[in-house]
Design a protein around this ligand. Structure first.
Ligand SMILES: [Zn+2]
Length: 525
């Protein structure tokens, strides 16, 4: 939202993109900007036009391709070079021509950085700030200033660090963001410095890195000390340990401190948005991320579960729906009957006491053999259905399967699988080829069943994880295989365990297909 009382300023596309392994195309950046706008942030920093051709292109395309509802774009850049005029500096020109309503100028506020990195005098650095800010203001842009290394600079030379802020404010900068560029600050000392800085006239902002694990805490401490502009990155992206996680900051300020930062309904979309951004960045989502992680509201212990049944709020700090997340019950060997009943309810089954007890026993027995249901909801649901029905009902029966792996003369490895099945009263023999045995089995099963169940064409295997579990009590090691499948709307995971990896894979695959058929509305039998 952009009512200017409090700024939520995202820097994923500039500072977040510095994360090791992250490589965003212009299309990726536009997609992320749309997601951030859907959340309702006030400002999206798009990059450094003029210094980086990709960013120049981003700002050019943004003018026609981004239709932002809440956010304004900010172009990032440096103050003019020493000994020139802002009006003549080509990099300042690129900021002017970016089309962004806001320019965020980075400036040195640490005396030693001015002398050693910028290699100019302290006075010239102030002149660079004054000249660049007032030039861009005169050209009609709103100017924010990122005071780089501000906290270290304040320790080194407090008078000069504050002089930088005053100079920028007098020249017309409307926000001065204090940057903990090295990320070494702790909340209490940071808050003291922020408090001093709020004495200068511009709005004070905060930009934290997570090198001490305190980026979010530092940001909250700065707000408490008077900052009214917070910077951060989606999912805490950023170089080294990352930047302050903007999602955590927003949720904390809005749900715990009563700030009205983004619309309620978009906050309730935060979990989806956080995951949608990971799809673009191709960074595996952190399942333990506060508020938006898959595990953020997941409960395991059996003792908790019985109380949760009485009142879920006893064991969660907020209602997960406020950020679009869900409470989940993990089915594990720590679980008792209560958590199995809750999990059943989550899946839409009211279980009798007797069925729950039987299910708990089956889960415990299977987990002792290496199964895990925490990451395999679909396998648990199939087990639950079998327990409720009292017998095994299947969409298809397996007569046999065979897999051949061949290394060809050309040195290529190819796999061929043949499956023999019974379905809808027919005997089916099907063969599939693939680059590995599991891939070949998967193709053979679908090829065999697709004629009878055309919906299977929508189902695909998207992930396959193998883990060798050490043998216990004198038994051999076993292999656990987790398979994740998807159709047009959702994903599900299934598990198989055996001493033989192919058999373990087969079990997971057979359940994956069965679950896919159940989802498509086919009743087994
Ligand atoms: Zn930074």
């Amino acid at each position: 939202m952009n009512d200017d009382r409090f700024h939520v300023y995202d820097t994923t596309l500039r500072d977040g993109a510095q994360q090791e392994g992250l490589n965003l195309t212009v299309t990726d950046k536009l997609a992320i900007a749309r997601h951030l706008d859907d959340l309702g942030v006030g400002f999206i920093e798009g990059g450094w036009p003029g210094a980086n051709p990709k960013d120049t292109e981003f700002f050019r395309l943004a003018q026609t391709e981004l239709d932002l509802k809440y956010a304004q774009l900010a172009a990032f850049g440096a103050t003019r070079r020493a000994g020139t005029k802002a009006a003549d500096d080509p990099l300042v020109a690129a900021l002017r021509e970016s089309g962004a309503p806001v320019v965020t100028l980075v400036a040195k506020s640490h005396d030693r950085h001015v002398e050693l990195a910028l290699r100019t005098t302290l006075q010239e650095n102030l002149a660079m700030i004054r000249d660049t800010v007032s030039h861009l203001r005169a050209e009609g842009q709103r100017v924010f200033l990122d005071a780089e290394h501000f906290f270290d600079g304040y320790k080194s030379n407090p008078a000069y660090a504050l002089e930088v802020l005053r100079t920028a404010a007098e020249a017309g900068a409307s926000v001065i963001a204090l940057c903990d560029t090295n990320g070494g600050m702790l909340p209490d000392e940071l808050a003291e410095v922020v408090h001093v800085a709020t004495g200068t006239s511009a709005r004070i902002g905060i930009h934290c890195h997570d090198d001490t694990g305190c980026a979010v805490a530092n940001t909250l401490a700065a707000v408490k000390a008077g900052a009214t502009h917070v910077q951060g990155c989606a999912n805490g992206y950023g170089e080294r340990s990352g930047n302050a996680n903007l999602f955590t900051v927003v949720a904390n300020l809005q749900l715990k401190r009563g700030f009205d930062l983004v619309p309620r309904e978009t906050l309730a979309d935060m979990t989806r948005i956080a995951h949608a951004i990971t799809e673009v960045t191709n960074v595996t989502p952190n399942s333990h991320a506060p508020y938006v992680g898959v595990s953020a509201f997941a409960h395991k212990a059996g003792l908790h579960a019985s109380a949760i049944k009485v009142d879920p709020n006893l064991y969660q700090h907020i209602d997960p729906a406020e950020v679009g997340n869900d409470m989940r019950m993990l089915v594990s060997d720590m679980a008792g009957r209560a958590s199995v009943e809750l999990k059943g309810r989550e899946l839409g089954y009211e279980l009798s006491a007797e069925t729950s007890r039987e299910l708990v026993n089956r889960v415990k027995e299977m987990e002792s053999r290496g199964y895990t249901f925490e990451a395999a909801d679909a396998s648990f649901e199939l087990l639950l259905r079998d327990t409720v029905a009292g017998e095994r009902k299947r969409h298809f029966e397996v007569e046999s399967w065979r897999v051949i792996v061949e290394r060809t003369r050309g040195g290529e490895l190819v796999s061929e699988a043949t499956v023999k099945l019974y379905a809808k009263g027919e005997r089916i023999v099907a063969t599939g080829e693939g680059n590995g045995p599991v891939n070949a089995m998967d193709r053979a099963v679908r090829l065999g069943l697709e004629r009878l169940y055309p919906e299977l064409a929508e189902v695909e295997l998207i992930d396959f994880k193998v883990r060798i579990l050490e043998g216990t009590h004198g038994t051999d090691a076993v292999t656990r295989v987790l398979v994740t499948s998807s159709d047009a709307t959702t994903e599900w995971s299934t598990v198989g365990v055996d001493e033989n990896i192919i058999e373990a894979s087969w079990q997971a695959l057979e359940q994956a297909v069965t679950y896919g058929l159940l989802r498509a509305g086919h009743i087994a039998g």
